[in-house]
Design a protein around this ligand. Structure first.
Ligand code: PLP
Length: 468
């Protein structure tokens, strides 16, 4: 079998193409990855300036001659690994970024080795089967209606895009307009209603769909960023209403239980951006926050946030998957199509990485109870951060309902200075934001790997930085 040949390649060109090189270079990669993970706790979370400067070694012109794959990997590890942000350290609290569960990480390796194209079943039965299975598990964990279908895409941005494409299809089909084939020129008007605090990716998705980033009706929000149910405009069967489950700053949820029944009654399409917040439904303790969102028509969420699947993994879920299919399906004489669900009928992409396998592996490894524990543990860590910072005299700007904390260290200037010191210290990493006019530091606890010790070490580093 050529894959296990012991004969060393005689030239770089041969090395680059010899199958046995795959085995050797994978062994190298395994060693490098193990060393990386072993070191991840003892290095600064953000890379040093020196490490970033080292990346210059990877620039330059494309060499004329081949390079031995092992040498390529060696360069990557030597210059690339130190210039990473240590997301798997358990002390990265920036944006809303999870870590990567061991099963998901290992599955990603295997998937790369398989080199599957997840577009059609005939190209990868395993990708199609695991994606379908994982989507159903997600539907159950998020307490969404039976029969809901969906797609595995790159992130919540594309999930919002895909779900809104389904919404657009449904709205226009009702109006007797074939939007996929005839486009939006001359089409009847559809109203899009969003909260004042809608995530920018929602607006980007609307722009990509030709519905306009600015051509939206914005509903005022309360102090936590929740859409005000009493301030909703008129809704009807030509309205797409976009709700949010989990504000990126505060973690707050729009009051779906107060909004959705009447919005449904009015015939509006309800879409939910629940990039991370929807996963609260996986925990009996936090499920109440997601009440009412199950009445929506479509949902966008991320595998790479709270479920701790590696990048990239987003999920578009649609109550009547036929609407998603109508907006995304594709056909040509050369395509071999199965009777069963064909992934490419539901995604914006055609050829696609089999990212559903990693999602399957992550969920299979943690199970229902493990997913609930990730939610509960990270929320409890967030409360500890809030309590510790408040006890030291700093103001917490949000109600800490889930895993998000906003803290002010005093003036905007002092807060920014403190954040800079925290980032430079390297014990942990947090970013900044402006919340309703106040500069704040964001703490998002989203990693399965964060321990109580990580929280205490990080809290101490934050207080040190604030007191300096
Ligand atoms: C993170 C986030 C997004 C964007 O998700 P990506 O996976 O980065 O595309 C959208 N909406 C909300 C509420 C988010 O938190």
């Amino acid at each position: 079998m050529p894959w296990v040949s012991e004969t060393p390649p005689t030239s770089a060109a041969e090395a680059a193409s010899s199958p046995c090189t795959s085995i050797v270079v994978l062994q190298d990669a395994a060693q490098d990855a193990v060393a990386y993970l072993e070191g991840v706790d003892d290095r600064p979370v953000a890379p040093t300036a020196e490490a970033i400067a080292g990346l210059e070694a990877l620039r330059g012109a494309l060499p004329e001659a081949p390079t031995d794959p092992r040498a390529v990997l060696e360069m990557l590890d030597r210059f690339g690994s130190p210039a990473t942000v240590a997301k798997n350290s358990g002390r990265y609290f920036g944006y809303v970024n999870g870590g990567c569960l061991p099963a998901a990480m290992a599955a990603a390796w295997l998937v790369s080795t398989w080199d599957q194209n997840a577009s059609f079943r005939v190209q990868s039965p395993v990708a199609a089967t695991l994606e379908e299975t994982a989507l159903e598990w997600v539907r159950e964990l998020l307490c969404l209606p039976a029969g809901t279908g969906g797609a595995v895409v790159t992130g919540a941005t594309m999930a919002n895009f895909s779900a809104l494409a389904a919404a657009r299809h449904a709205m226009y089909a009702r109006a007797g307009w074939d939007v996929e084939n005839d486009g939006l020129f001359g089409a009847p008007e559809i109203a899009v209603v969003v909260g004042e605090e809608a995530h920018p990716s929602m607006l980007k998705a609307l722009g990509l769909l030709g519905m306009g980033r600015n051509r939206v009706v914005r509903v005022p929000v309360d102090r936590q960023g929740r859409m005000r149910a009493d301030a909703l405009p008129h809704l009807d069967e030509r309205t797409i209403l976009c709700l949010q489950a989990g504000n990126v700053n505060t973690g707050a949820f729009d009051p779906a239980a107060a909004i959705c029944p009447a919005a449904r009654e009015a015939g509006a399409w309800i879409h939910v951006d629940g990039a991370f917040g929807l996963w609260a439904a996986a925990s009996a303790r936090y499920r109440h926050l997601t009440r009412g969102f199950e009445l929506a028509d479509s949902w966008a969420t991320d595998g790479h946030k709270w479920p701790n699947v590696g990048y990239d993994c987003g999920l578009a879920l649609v109550r009547d998957a036929a609407d998603l299919r109508a907006s995304m399906s594709i056909d040509a004489p050369y395509l071999v199509l199965a009777e069963q669900r064909e992934p490419a009928h539901y995604t914006p992409e055609f050829s696609r990485r089999a990212r559903g396998v990693e999602l399957w592996a992550a969920l299979r490894s943690v199970g229902r109870s493990g997913m609930a524990q990730i939610v509960e543990r990270t929320c409890s860590h967030a409360r500890r951060f809030a309590d510790g910072l408040r006890a030291a005299g700093y103001e917490i700007l949000n109600d800490v309902v889930i895993n998000q904390v906003l803290v002010s260290f005093g003036s905007g200037e002092k807060t920014l200075r403190t954040i800079e010191r925290i980032q430079q210290d390297g014990t942990c990493w947090c970013g900044s934001t402006v919340w309703q006019g106040h500069t704040a530091m964001r703490i998002s606890v989203s990693s399965w790997a964060t321990t109580e010790d990580d929280v205490e070490r990080s809290l101490a580093a934050m207080l040190r930085a604030a007191q300096d």
